[in-house]
Design a protein around this ligand. Sequence first.
Ligand code: FAQ
Length: 311
Amino acid sequence: MVESAEQQAKFDQTIAAEISIEPRDWMPEAYRKTLIRQIGQHAHSEVVGMLPEGNWITRAPTLRRKAVLLAKVQDEAGHALYLYSAAETLGADRNDMVEKLIDGKMKYSSIFNYPTLSWADVAAIGWLVDGAAIVNQVALCRASYGPYARAMVRVCKEESFHQRQGFEAMMALAGGTKAQKQMAQDSVNRFWWPVLTMFGPCDDDSPNSAQSMAWNIKRFSNDELRQKFVDNTVPQVEALGLTVPDPDLKWNEETGHYEFGEINWDEFYAVVAGQGPCNHERIAARRKAWEEGRWVREAASAYAARRQQAA
Ligand code: FAQ
């Protein structure tokens, strides 16, 4: 497609005027590709993100916890569906995106390559992982692409419920027996640093940020959002009577922010490159689901074609 100066100028004006870009509007190819990349990765994260928590559905400590966890995991599937649909409005093909995920050609959030070793990890995912996801996604409610921004509004409402249920489950453990409190602390120790990497590399090492911010897809930089998460969450850790596993963490009165230690970026890049503790397991699970669901997709397509023919 030839991108005319006139189309580009109209697009630039729409972005500058804070008016949403909609599927019918002309958009630069690079904008479309960036959105498909980000929304596709986001959708995949929701699907792969069901695995670590799904691991505990049969082992939840009470019926109430089991019912809540089932509903939460189901919500994540719903988020993936809104997101795949938003990517489809840009011309992406859902099957193609899923095949790219299982062939390792599309990414998903690094955080879901860490295992859930105890029940406290399920609480930590709700509280910390959903908590980090909200900080990122509240900003995306104002993303310039309409279908993405609108999907985020609903997702954020559900995520904030998830975050509270995670905190509440963590509160039960932190206020429980000595062994339960230790389980909660171990989980915070294991999840704290990986959660901080959910926001992406430091701004200086983030190749996509400048352009995505110019297009109003991203409204805050990776480091700004990470700082916001730390500022929100440290008081919550303290309220639980737990500690943050960072000896360099300190409150800076002048800036009004917490200062925190150096993130292990080598570990982050290794996990993104497929060398995290659970990468193989996660992709194998998605591949199995994709292959075992083939007959369902084929049957649904054949049925839809027959109905169309009859009509
Ligand atoms: N993991 O230039 P940037 C959830 C990649 S949803 C893996 O900074 P960008 C809900 C990045 O893609 C969690 N890869 O990139 C839930 C890029 O690679 P590429 C998911 C990462 O896009 C809770 C490269 O590094 N949320 O948790 C990560 O401008 C509980 C360079 O990075 C979203 O996807 C990472 N952590 O900024 C579900 C939110 N970070 O594509 C179940 C939407 C970066 O050039 C249970 N996404 N990379 O090859 C975003 O906001 C952005 O894409 C960022 C990255 C901020 C993640």
